[in-house]
Design a protein around this ligand. Sequence first.
Ligand SMILES: [Zn+2]
Ligand SMILES: [Zn+2]
Length: 153
Amino acid sequence: MQTNSESIQPQIIQQFTKYLENNALRLTTERRDILEQVFAYDDHFRADDLLMRMRQNGYTASRATIYRTLPLLVKSGLLTEVIDAQKQSHYEHIHSRQEHAHLICLRCSSIIEFENPEIDALQEAVCKRLQFKPVKYRNEILGYCAECQKDGI
Ligand SMILES: [Zn+2]
Ligand SMILES: [Zn+2]
């Protein structure tokens, strides 16, 4: 069986290492393992999902290390955090999908993704007009999903 989980792009490791160095931290084996496992996802995940996945794959990174490393990955720009209605953090790495927006259900916490080139173009136009240099677009709409509306919401 072939696995690609060990082969993440060098520039991703570089970006994280640089962020860590700027904050007087080192790329420890545990942090590197976490980085690799994070980039093996192609969908949203929670910290506990990652913990379980790492346990299953035989990694020993502690729960505390995972919980401390995810915010570092967010700050380094490699990970996006989506907070649902229950204040739970979900993560996705920057290469998982193209730029997309999230619909977050306030009742069941499901996260629905959508892409809309017209919205992208509008945002770019706004940034240009206000001379703002965009780094990351974050679009979220809070509300109720179709399933929850069936229950009379
Ligand atoms: Zn729902
Ligand atoms: Zn997403």
